[in-house]
Ligand binder design. Structure first.
Ligand code: NI
Length: 407
């Protein structure tokens, strides 16, 4: 352990009980996307108490703090998301949600607590910091608008950020371990809409109509071949049809005019994204022709791949990340990427009006079978092992130190 690693560890141990208290408060006060008002007030108060300057962008919710170090150097950003979900908590957590109908079912409370606690650690080590650390408490991750809003509003500028780190908790990874993946870690995705139009009529006289329900059944079956027959077997992708609705309600004897379907596509390369879209269009066209229906395909809610593979011209942060995980005494693991998405992808890619920066995304292990911390994200039974907060705080703090050495 080098000197900084020792001091980060020592401060984290000293403050462990207050770190856990911070986590408990956040867990009890979940708020949905763009309504994170109490959470925002809590964060801003904590940053002010630490003497960390609140800086723009000032959006309605969320907060950005800047800690200036005692030495010259780059600005390293540490980002978390702060929103919760409209899910009623059913977990065995001893300090459950106090906001009826809402819970931190994606564990963003762990993220906020870790970043606030890393701010406590780093403010004690302020004189040792080369450059500055920007703390980004981003709202509205669950609705995929927060990152774009913040980046478009200039969160990566003034001072210009050289590198950005973030993590998501993972109930698949045991507490004490941190996932460090060199490539994609969260899927790229978009949702899909399919409208099938036929000619409705009497269910007992089908030969006088054009049945879109039969076309829908054929289409759902055929779409299963996109991943199994078109995407390379060495790569992963998902095509899921999740909802299907006719325009005639639950009647027994009327063939509808129209069937609507909604679903989602997940991928880990943009080549596969294009391939999947092309095949869905071709199959839709073919099934439409075969069954005499019009089939329209559309995509929406596009979210890029969250990948630790640097973009052309960006420095890889993989070695910094690995050194950091080893430096905090955690176990570095390399599980499969997730089919979930995260809008952290925009920090590397940028937005329409702003460039991105070199970025790295970890998974912080929060699984603990003995404490019933085993359920997946968005489950009403989800909970994280609170012990992960101290690890998350050290992970953020040491990432800032280690990254400052290479920029
Ligand atoms: Ni999440």
């Amino acid at each position: 352990m080098n000197d900084i690693e020792k001091r980060v560890e020592q401060i984290a141990q000293e403050k462990e009980s207050s770190f856990l208290e911070t986590f408990r408060w956040l867990h009890r006060h979940p708020e949905k996307s763009l309504e994170e008002k109490e959470t925002t007030a809590f964060i801003r108060q904590r940053l002010s108490d630490l003497g960390i300057e609140l800086i723009p962008p000032f959006l309605e919710t969320g907060a950005v703090g800047l800690l200036k170090g005692g030495k010259e150097g780059p600005c390293i950003a540490l980002r978390c998301d702060i929103d919760a979900l409209p899910v009623t908590e059913q977990s065995t957590c001893p300090f459950p949600s106090e906001h009826e109908g809402f819970m931190h079912a994606c564990g963003h409370d762990t993220h906020v607590a870790s970043l606030l606690c890393s701010a406590e650690i780093l403010s004690e080590l302020r004189e040792e910091i080369c450059g500055s650390v920007k703390f980004i408490f981003q709202p509205a991750e669950e609705i995929n608008t927060g990152a774009i809003s913040y980046i478009s509003a200039g969160v990566l500028e003034n001072p210009q950020v050289s590198a950005c780190f973030s993590f998501h908790n993972s109930p698949e990874v045991p507490v004490g371990s941190v996932a460090v993946l060199p490539g994609p870690i969260m899927a790229g995705l978009h949702n899909i809409g399919i409208e099938i139009t036929g000619q409705g009529g009497h269910g007992g006289i089908p030969h006088r109509n054009t049945d879109p329900v039969v076309a829908a059944a054929a289409l759902i079956q055929s779409l299963q071949t996109v991943v199994s027959r078109n995407v390379s077997p060495t790569r992963a992708a998902v095509v899921s049809i999740c909802s299907i609705q006719t325009d005639n309600g639950m009647v027994c004897n009327v063939i509808p005019e129209k069937v609507s379907m909604r679903g989602t596509v997940r991928y880990y390369s943009y080549e596969d994204k294009d391939l999947i879209n092309r095949r869905i269009r071709e199959i839709s066209q073919g099934i439409g022709d075969a069954y005499g229906c019009k089939i329209e395909y559309s995509t929406f809610a596009d979210l890029p791949i969250t990948s630790n593979e640097p973009l052309p011209g960006q420095r890889s942060l993989y070695d910094v990340a690995l050194k950091t995980v080893e430096g905090i005494g955690a176990r570095a693991v390399c599980p499969d990427p997730s089919g979930g998405g995260d809008d952290f992808s925009h920090y590397a890619l940028g937005t329409d009006n702003k460039p991105g920066v070199p970025s790295f995304f970890y998974w912080l292990g929060v699984r603990n079978d003995e404490k019933d911390c085993v359920y997946s994200w968005h489950s009403p039974h989800y909970q994280a092992d609170p012990a992960a907060v101290v690890i998350g705080a050290k992970l953020f703090a040491l990432s800032a130190f280690n990254a400052a050495e290479v920029f």
